[in-house]
Design a protein around this ligand. Structure first.
Ligand SMILES: Nc1ncnc2c1ncn2[C@@H]1O[C@H](COP(=O)(O)OP(=O)(O)O)[C@@H](O)[C@H]1O
Ligand SMILES: [Mg+2]
Length: 437
């Protein structure tokens, strides 16, 4: 058997290839040489292994990955080499963070590397993107859950400005001149929200299940992610308004600590909807980008089965991938979530940037009292909240978190945009239940 045929289905050492193909070491070496750039050599400790590349995403077997700095300047940091055996290999350039070589440290991935996987469409906007692409190109499934790596790769190549974080994918990604990028005033938000709900408007991708859009806000000259409530004053719409407002007050309370940070938010009501605008911390000015990776993909690569923020981040800390200070701040945020009724602290709701070869905690987002949210069938359940009586964390002072949560509740109850029902509930049931923990 020829070496090329064998490598279609195997990643193997020279010796393994010799045995399988009935060739001498020299013959294997010669055939590998003939395959030139189509063969990659994987070295980590043991004898080198060889893999064969395969063209993917309609653009070949060597695709550039760029990092964009705060000023919009791109630097090529790596090359993605899709493999015939179905995995991927990352050929790192000089400036690439070491963690981009993956957990094994050799650049080999069974699936799309975690930092590209995080750029894929997700959630509410992702579903809309899938529906729209299916209308344009019938090789795209209409349901996001049916997307394979092939669809993610092709989407990323065509939409280099859309993703969360500071990476761009594609050999021509830097030739994009940013023509006519969407820019809006806050007074346009109501029309944008209506357009999104009517499936007319798709701006850019961001995860999460809540209805939202992204744009560049001219009023504050910044990229923003804007979540909005259902229209009107029905019980369901009122409850979502209350929840969006809690996110703004949680961010304010967190930012007042001086050591843990949250995204900068702004709330206002217009046309029967409540808008929660969050200034994007993975963008800088019009064209600058900042690194951002969700704990969901970091955990999948480096931990595997982190059950919650604390568990997953502690294991990153043990691997020297996270500083002690950041770990303590994660404890703070986890406990704060308990004190404000945030039941939605999944691994996608906390993100990190790359700082040298470690992860560094980014401002928190989506920190809101989700425990009060209407059920997925729209049912609005009575407000219920139990002040935590025991909190098990080792490194953070629970008193400081409790103090921050008290600030949150006492500022929130004074906000005129919350519903009467919520105000009464906070002043009659939550504030009197505050106690030492
Ligand atoms: N201020 C921000 N800067 C950058 N990215 C953000 C910001 N806020 C949210 N995101 C990203 O957008 C996604 C959706 O936002 P999130 O508030 O979690 O929405 P949802 O309530 O629908 O879950 C997040 O998972 C995160 O990746
Ligand atoms: Mg979220």
């Amino acid at each position: 058997m020829k070496v090329e045929e064998y490598l279609q289905f195997n990643i193997a050492t020279n010796k393994e290839i010799q045995l399988a193909c009935n060739l001498t070491q020299r013959q294997v070496g010669l055939q590998l040489k003939k395959l030139e750039r189509r063969v990659i050599k994987i070295t980590n400790g043991r004898s080198p292994r060889y893999a064969l590349t395969a063209p993917k995403f309609g653009v070949g077997d060597s695709i550039l990955i760029w990092e964009i700095d705060n000023f919009g300047k791109p630097t090529c940091i790596a090359r993605l080499r899709p493999l015939a055996v179905d995995g991927f290999f990352i050929e790192g350039h000089q400036n690439m963070p070491k963690v981009f070589l993956g957990e094994a440290g050799n650049g080999l991935f069974d699936d799309l590397p975690f930092f590209l996987a995080d750029m894929a469409p997700k959630g509410f906007l992702g579903k809309k993107i899938a529906e729209q692409l299916a209308r344009i190109d019938n090789t795209f499934p209409a349901h996001l859950k049916d997307w394979k790596n092939e669809h993610i790769g092709r989407y990323l190549l065509a939409n280099t400005d859309n993703s969360i974080g500071n990476l761009k994918f594609g050999n021509n990604a830097t030739l994009n001149l940013h023509p006519g990028r969407a820019q809006h005033n806050r007074s346009d938000y109501i029309a944008l929200a209506d357009g999104i709900m009517d499936n007319e408007e798709i701006l850019s991708s961001a995860g999460g299940e809540h209805q939202k859009f992204t744009t560049f806000c001219k009023d504050i000259h910044a990229h923003v992610i804007v979540k909005f409530s259902p229209k009107g004053s029905e019980a369901n719409a009122r409850r979502w308004k209350d929840i969006l407002i809690t996110e703004h007050y949680a961010a304010q309370a967190i930012n007042s600590t001086g050591f843990v940070t949250a995204a900068e938010t702004h709330i206002f009501e217009d046309g029967g909807r409540l808008f929660l605008e969050s200034k994007r911390f993975d963008r800088s000015g019009e064209n600058g980008r900042r690194s951002m990776l969700s704990l969901e993909v970091i955990d999948a690569e480096f931990v595997g089965n982190g059950s919650d923020w604390i568990d997953s981040c502690y294991r990153l800390y043990q691997q020297k991938l996270l500083s002690m200070q950041d770990y303590v701040n994660v404890e703070f945020l986890s406990v704060f979530a308990l004190f404000i009724g945030n039941t939605d602290t999944h691994l996608g709701n906390i993100s990190f940037s790359m700082h040298r070869d470690m992860f560094s905690l980014l401002p928190i987002y989506d920190m809101c009292s989700m425990g009060f949210a209407p059920r997925s069938n729209g049912e609005v359940t009575p407000l219920k909240f139990r002040w935590p009586v025991e909190v098990r964390v080792k490194h953070v002072g629970v008193k400081s978190v409790r103090h921050c949560a008290e600030q949150f509740w006492s500022a929130l109850v004074k906000e005129s945009l919350i519903s009467d029902e919520f105000r009464e509930f906070i002043s009659e049931s939550v504030i009197p239940s505050i106690q030492d923990v």
